[in-house]
Design a protein around this ligand. Structure first.
Ligand code: CTP
Length: 413
């Protein structure tokens, strides 16, 4: 996965009310490590001042194509060559129309036409304008021309109408930029990813669970979506927000997780190419779930448990034509190499990711971890310690390689 650290982003702002969020976008991108320059259309300068944007970006802000001072600092062709990516947010209907027709009547449209960098457009406007056939036609043309379009959100608009047209918030725009910079190694692939713990009910107020935070599975889902995959994230209870561009299916128990995984992975006509089982599934559940809260009684209490389905085990048993590429996780407190190799014998997944879940480098709840990669043929060695996002990107890279290496005709399970 690409990151925005060290990347050069040119932010173009055109004249809609959402232009007032320009400084917040600059802050979002610079906080992620990008260097940002800003170009405003004349109309945008009515909504947000060049001075404010200069203060947050620490660079002079361009407005006028024929401004000799700005042109002396950085000529418009040099400006078109400078960025790794251009983001136009908000992009008005007028900007979309001019860009779709190759008109270069101001600094921003000239730079957009002269650049070779990927361009992300975030249209924002009144709902009726967004629905207008001319706008729809221009957006379709721009998509076809290779522009990345971030569709507007729905909600209450500045014009007091409710509907599609709101500019997405800065974190979403940052992720759209990241996606445009990430090689689409999983484009056209459908992935089912599980994450988090499961919760096995005891009575209406209690349950059995474990310490999984879900961070690794969520990071993998995000990395896979940025790499172009269509991702379904089957998640046990976590405190995390759904990753961007991912369909999240919330479940509680192992049995619910099993049903959701099979329903999505084996969906007729849309079977998953890969299933990544990062969830920490409870192996046991209480034999009986009490209808009412269990009251305490003197003396000890025991809770009979029974085995939960082994979701990954069942996936491994699928006949070859149905079996997606399988990635399993092993959480060990000791002797990781030996136990992981043994696990691979029992559950013959295509890639096993093993980590340690005790001691100072424990993976549970941590933001960084080391993992050991194994395939049925060989140990691929340790990766990390690295932030979970980096490890997630490495897992995604390995999954893409394994999918690409599958025999032709086998890639659509
Ligand atoms: N898994 C699963 N269903 C279960 C249990 C585990 O799908 N009921 C998956 C996990 O999501 C993970 C892998 O299987 O990808 C873990 O394998 P497992 O053999 O259960 O290893 P551990 O959880 O480490 O348990 P053990 O200590 O029993 O080996």
């Amino acid at each position: 996965m690409s990151t925005l650290a060290g990347r050069r982003v040119l932010l173009g702002i055109t004249g809609g009310i959402a232009a007032y969020k320009g400084p917040l976008i600059v802050r979002e991108l610079t906080a992620a490590g990008a260097t940002v320059r800003v170009v405003l259309s004349r109309a945008a300068a009515e909504f947000v001042t060049p001075l404010a944007l200069q203060a947050v970006s620490h660079h002079a802000v361009g407005v006028d194509l024929f401004d000799p001072t700005y042109e002396q600092q950085i000529g418009h062709i040099e400006l078109a060559r400078w960025p790794d990516l251009i983001l136009v947010a908000p992009a008005t209907a007028h900007l979309l129309a001019r860009l779709a027709h190759g008109l270069c009547d101001d600094l921003l449209t000239t730079v957009l036409t002269a650049t070779r960098a990927p361009v992300v457009l975030a249209p924002a406007m009144n709902t009726q304008m967004w629905a207008h056939h001319a706008v729809a036609r221009n957006v379709a043309q721009l998509r076809q021309d290779g522009y990345h379009i971030v569709p507007p959100d729905s909600g209450e608009l500045a014009c007091q109408e409710v509907g599609a047209g709101r500019m997405p918030d800065p974190p979403e725009l940052r992720l759209a930029c990241l996606q445009a910079l990430t090689p689409p190694i999983l484009r056209g692939r459908r992935l089912v990813i599980t994450a988090g713990p499961t919760a096995e009910p005891i009575d209406p107020v209690r349950f059995l669970t474990n310490r999984s935070s879900g961070k690794m599975g969520y990071a993998i889902a995000q990395a896979a979506a940025l790499a172009g995959a269509q991702v379904t994230l089957v998640s046990g209870p976590t405190a995390l927000t759904a990753p961007w561009g991912v369909q999240r299916v919330a479940v509680e128990s192992a049995r619910e997780m099993r049903d959701a995984v099979f329903a999505h992975a084996l969906q007729p006509g849309a079977q998953a190419h890969a299933v990544i089982k990062a969830a920490a599934v409870a192996d046991y559940r209480p034999q009986h779930v009490a209808d009412q809260k269990i009251k305490k009684t003197p003396g000890p209490m025991s809770l009979p448990l029974e085995r939960n389905p082994d979701i990954l085990g069942e996936l491994c048993d699928l006949p070859a034509p149905q079996r997606p590429l399988l990635v399993g996780f092993a959480a060990e407190t000791q002797d990781v190499e030996r136990l992981a190799a043994e696990k691979l014998q029992r559950k013959p997944v295509d890639l096993l990711v093993a980590n340690r879940v005790s001691g100072p480098d424990s993976a549970f709840g941590a933001d960084t971890s080391s993992v050991l990669f194994l395939t049925p043929r060989e140990s691929l060695g340790w990766f990390g310690p690295a932030p979970k996002e980096t490890t997630a990107a490495e897992i995604v890279r390995r999954v893409a390689l394994l999918l690409d290496a599958r025999p032709a005709g086998d890639d659509a399970p």
